[in-house]
Design a protein around this ligand. Structure first.
Ligand code: SF4
Length: 274
């Protein structure tokens, strides 16, 4: 959905005055949404709708979604599309070449569920459902618990695409509502993990082990970045995963591509990609 600045400001303001409340009246951290991908076939079983939240506590140098790092809205200008008009509209809806893009828009939980239900016939036919991705969805885990409750009430199969960098309480609260977990495991060596993602993997491993103990359905994704986390570290990750009870059939090795450089440029961010 393209939005004018005015529309964005008014919807963001309306969203901000109606924050979600947890039990006891505590405010719940609610994400802006980056994107909705319909007919997704790589985000869990079957045909799915994937919702992407904005905001991530990790800073992987190879991140191919730099627009997902900050939880705040961000404007991007794609130089290769920009015509350098005499007067820039500074407006996503009226830019003639779609060179401007606003990342991060509010979307209510009911709208997310309604959007997911639009393709329920495809999920039922293919064994698919809905996936929450990001960014890091567990940065907003209390919100995600409420959303997944609603997904389950609506009869939807649910997947969580996550780094697992989250407090154990998040995992416990979500376990009853997540049908399948799609965690990343970025590096076995903690020094490498800290060097390339800026956080330790200790809590990630603890959460992985908790998922295994709970007999949760898991498919672990292992990205291999040349000269960073390939070779020995990738082999060590497989060995560790096998040792805690995750079989090779539940591990997917992913190749690294550096196709996101134009997004760093458009966002005015430093390109950190190897
Ligand atoms: S309106 Fe669009 S194409 Fe024109 S200068 Fe602005 S960003 Fe570039």
């Amino acid at each position: 959905m393209r939005m004018t600045r005015k529309e964005f400001m008014s919807s963001a303001a309306a969203f901000a005055v109606s924050p979600m409340l947890a039990d006891g009246g505590r405010k719940i951290k609610t994400p802006l949404m980056l994107d909705t991908k319909r007919m997704a076939i790589h985000d869990g079983p079957g045909i799915r709708t994937t919702f992407f939240v904005k905001g991530c506590p990790l800073r992987c140098i190879w991140c191919h979604n730099p627009e997902s790092l900050s939880s705040k809205p961000q404007w991007a200008r794609f130089q290769h599309l920009c015509r350098k008009c005499a007067k820039c509209t500074m407006d996503e809806a009226t830019c003639p070449t779609r060179a401007l893009k606003l990342y991060g828009k509010p979307m209510s939980m009911d709208d997310i569920v309604a959007k997911a239900l639009e393709d329920k016939a495809f999920y039922d036919e293919s064994g698919g459902g809905v996936t929450l991705s990001g960014g890091e969805p567990l940065l907003f885990w209390e919100w995600a618990v409420e959303l997944f409750r609603k997904f389950k009430v609506a009869g939807l199969h649910t997947c969580m695409d996550t780094s697992l960098y989250a407090p154990p309480a998040a995992i416990e609260a979500l376990l009853p509502y997540v049908d399948m977990w799609l965690p990343d495991y970025k590096a076995k060596n903690d020094a490498l993990h800290k060097k390339f993602t800026k956080v330790s993997n200790r809590i990630i491993k603890k959460n992985l082990e908790r998922l295994v103990a709970a007999k949760a359905k898991i498919e672990v994704r292992c990205l291999s970045v040349p000269n960073c986390t390939d070779g020995a570290d990738l082999a060590a990750r497989h060995r560790y995963l096998n040792s805690i009870g995750i079989p090779e059939s539940a591990i997917v090795d992913l190749k690294y591509y550096d196709y996101a450089r134009s997004k760093y440029l458009a966002l005015g961010m430093k390109d950190t990609m190897p």
